[in-house]
Ligand binder design. Sequence first.
Ligand code: ADP
Ligand code: MG
Length: 262
Amino acid sequence: MGKVIAIANQKGGVGKTTTAVNLAASMAATKRKVLLIDLDPQGNATMGSGVDKYAVHATAYELLVEEKPLAEVVVKETAGGYHLVASNSDVTAAEVRLLDVFARELRLRTALKDARNHYDFIFIDCPPSLNMLTVNAMAAADSVLVPMQCEYYALEGLTALMDTINKLAAVVNADLKIEGILRTMYDPRNRLANDVSEQLKQHFGDKVYRAVIPRNIRLAEAPSFGTPVMYYDKSSTGAKAYLALAGEILRRADKKVVKAAS
Ligand code: ADP
Ligand code: MG
């Protein structure tokens, strides 16, 4: 059974999309079947996957509003070896259109009902706000992966986010878990970053991934070439960091299976 992971943080620019694209590619490189769902109308994850958001045959709009089957909207050719549900400005309309439909929070969950049988991992790149699209992601997901920058006030923001996730879970998805907290754009020479990182580990313990994503120019450059970083510069620290993250997520999942079986 596949696992659905929403990549969310209401703050913009924390590395959600970079994580979505590069984690999806890293997982696909380990021979897992991966689907990436771009729910941000900016379509950055779509472009970063080497798919032209202006030329796609369908987007998350058709999936959510028109209730077209996943197989009809999915893009199978991406630069990262995964399948993609694309996004562009049409998806802004989805947010509005969803407001007056029945069970509007559950559209994505319903759309993905059979998808777990076809994919090992389904990642959802959320927009930087808590709108109906993000709520749909939270309702459809098994867990939330939270990318964050270790800067001043980061902990406060994170506590607020956890609070929101818990409240949302109580309403739309009682089984929703925190998959993990990912430190992004990390600079180990920055003392504040180290302090925040320490506090983070004290507060959230082993929810904080050991894998850390460094600030790496290759990660910022790769999207303009329409490719995940591992196919742009595979020896970059960014490429290695996302592969390490994929490995850690796989090991954690294995451990849980062993625990459940014993
Ligand atoms: P979000 O989706 O949370 O808004 P993005 O993933 O789009 O954030 O990242 C914001 C900006 O920072 C982008 O220009 C991206 O290329 C850059 N970026 C993200 N992660 C890194 C990193 N680890 N090192 C350098 N630049 C990064
Ligand atoms: Mg983004």
